[in-house]
Design a protein around this ligand. Structure first.
Ligand code: GDP
Length: 522
């Protein structure tokens, strides 16, 4: 049997750039949905069902990620959704550890915005190659050269325009594919692209004058020549190495550039890549089934304590019912009802291949960062815990609920929603998050799922560092002298709670033998 190639990717963008619209169109082109608007509708339905997450309703945002799979021309695309809100959770970052490439959507009127940039940095850490989609060219936007230069300068990447917009906004006459020499142009009242590219020999083809206005044509020829001379030529190797980004201009709303984008993912985006692991990186060609959990989602149904662990399959052919051993518990589990996530419904998976994402229902045995494998002889590395940027003291309103609170905080730490720190002195538990929104998620879930009324107060600390030392005596010495600032994380690892990043530097200077880590690999 031949396996269809996999393309496992995510879309990174700032809110409102058009990620939902583009996702919808990708699924539509891939035949996974039949009506525009279904991605949003699906979100709305899901929201209505999961009222444990009132946040989603109140703010109308999706806090949780999902996985969508579609096929086109014999290729299976796995699109991992990254929550599109300004506040990050660690989930957002970790989702990017499970993809082989990313599409960066930017709004033609706005260019690179803060969240795009943060997500980009995470991609860069892992050399995840990026295709750029400049969206909304049907509206007034900034000049293409300005946008290309901004991407090049802010992200330190070579840029390679693959297509060029003929005007924008009111003067928009279509998008010219610089490599295929075709024009997609707006048609009808809706000014949409109807999927019929018009071929030309090149930019000097006299037929172009029959279709474009004289102004439009003159500008296109002039700009395209400048662009082709001024930017790097496309080089697939350089793209895959994360040094060059091909740039497509388009409009997700009006269908411009979407087919080209799927084509680029099919032609250039990497196959499932070897994954960093101990004792050695795991190649997708390996026969042993291995994968890692990058996300755990709880309580899609508030009446059940079920969780879904999202595992990226890294090697081997997974078959339903297979026994896999999680690195966390070390106890083999039989995976009887794995889930593959399709656009509209979840379907039971019989088989999955490297690059695929499998949802594994469990009752809390699987944790973010766990490796699952047949022989329990590998461990994936590099799924980081990030030093929290916001720390809060949890204040319980009813002391009879102490046990429930501890369970809830441990659960949520396991899922990677928040981190929890138990101070060595005193009983005020501290939680840490990387984005404000996670605090609201925490309170809302404490209330709805665990029936624990709690509040959050400012903590006397601002940040946290995991501490270690080559000599146990050095660590003990440090901990003894800083007892008031020491805590344990969910796994019992020692953590130093600092009043400021400055204090971390100051203390680190004084204790040269102690290592202060802002991330902890699980
Ligand atoms: P997200 O927050 O990134 O998921 O953005 P959405 O897909 O929800 O889009 C934000 C807004 O921009 C919506 O009102 C969309 O209809 C609109 N939009 C998205 N793509 C385009 C486009 O190509 N052209 C125009 N004119 N509007 C668009």
């Amino acid at each position: 049997m031949t396996i269809s190639p996999r393309r496992t990717f995510a879309i990174i963008s700032h809110p409102d750039a058009g990620k939902t619209t583009l996702t919808e169109k990708l699924l539509y082109f891939g035949g996974a949905i039949h009506l525009a608007g279904e991605v949003k509708a699906r979100g709305a339905n899901r929201r209505a069902r999961s009222d444990w997450m009132k946040i989603e309703q109140q703010r109308g945002i999706s806090v949780t990620s999902s996985v969508m799979t579609f096929e086109r021309n014999g290729i299976t695309f796995n699109l991992l959704d990254t929550p599109g809100h300004e506040d990050f959770s660690e989930d957002t970052y970790r989702t990017l550890t499970a993809v082989d490439s990313a599409v960066m959507v930017i709004d033609a009127a706005k260019g690179i915005e803060p969240q795009t940039r943060k997500l980009f940095e995470v991609c860069r850490l892992r050399n995840v190659p990026i295709i750029t989609f400049v969206n909304k060219v049907d509206r007034e936007g900034r000049a293409p050269f300005e946008l290309l230069d901004e991407v090049a300068e802010m992200l330190q990447l070579d840029v390679c325009p693959m297509s060029w917009p003929v005007g924008m906004g009111g003067e928009f006459e279509g998008v010219y594919d610089l490599y295929a020499n075709t024009l997609s142009r707006p048609e009808g009242d809706s000014r949409e692209y109807l999927g019929k590219p018009i071929p030309f020999t090149d930019l000097n083809d006299p037929k172009l004058a029959d279709i474009l206005t004289p102004d439009g044509l003159e500008k296109l020829v002039e700009e395209a020549e400048l662009a082709q001379g001024g930017y790097a030529a496309f080089d697939a190797e350089s793209y895959r190495a994360g040094n060059l980004t091909p740039v497509y201009f388009g409009s997700a709303l009006k269908d411009f550039g979407v087919a080209e984008l799927i084509g680029a993912l099919a032609d250039y985006a990497p196959e499932p890549r070897p994954q960093p692991a101990e004792p050695a990186p795991v190649s997708p060609d390996g026969t042993e089934v291995t994968g890692f959990v990058f996300k755990v989602q709880a309580n899609m149904d508030p009446n059940h304590r079920d969780r879904i662990a999202f595992m990226r399959l890294c090697s081997g052919v997974f078959k339903r019912g297979m026994k896999l051993t999680p690195s966390g518990s070390g106890k083999p589990i039989a995976v009887h009802s794995p889930i593959l996530f399709f656009a509209q419904n979840r379907e039971l998976a019989d088989e999955a291949f490297p690059g695929d994402i499998i949802g594994i229902p469990n009752h809390g045995t699987l944790r973010v960062g766990d490796t699952l494998s047949e022989k329990a002889d590998v461990r994936f590395t590099g799924l980081p815990n990030f030093a929290p940027e916001i720390l809060r003291r949890v204040v319980l309103k009813d002391f009879a609920k102490t046990k429930q609170l501890r369970k809830a905080l441990d659960d949520m730490a396991e899922e990677g929603v928040t981190q929890v720190f138990y101070p060595d002195i005193g009983s005020n538990w501290i939680i840490g998050v990387v984005g404000q929104l996670q605090l609201e998620v925490l309170l809302s879930r404490l209330d709805a799922e665990y029936k624990v009324a709690a509040g959050l107060e400012p903590a006397p600390f601002d940040t946290a560092r995991w501490v270690s030392a080559a000599e146990p005596a050095d660590l003990k010495d440090f901990m003894d002298q800083n007892r008031g600032a020491m805590a344990k994380d969910r796994d019992g690892n020692p953590v130093f709670l600092a009043k400021s990043a400055w204090e971390v530097g100051y203390i680190a200077d004084r204790y040269a033998k102690v290592k202060f880590a802002a991330t902890r690999e699980r």
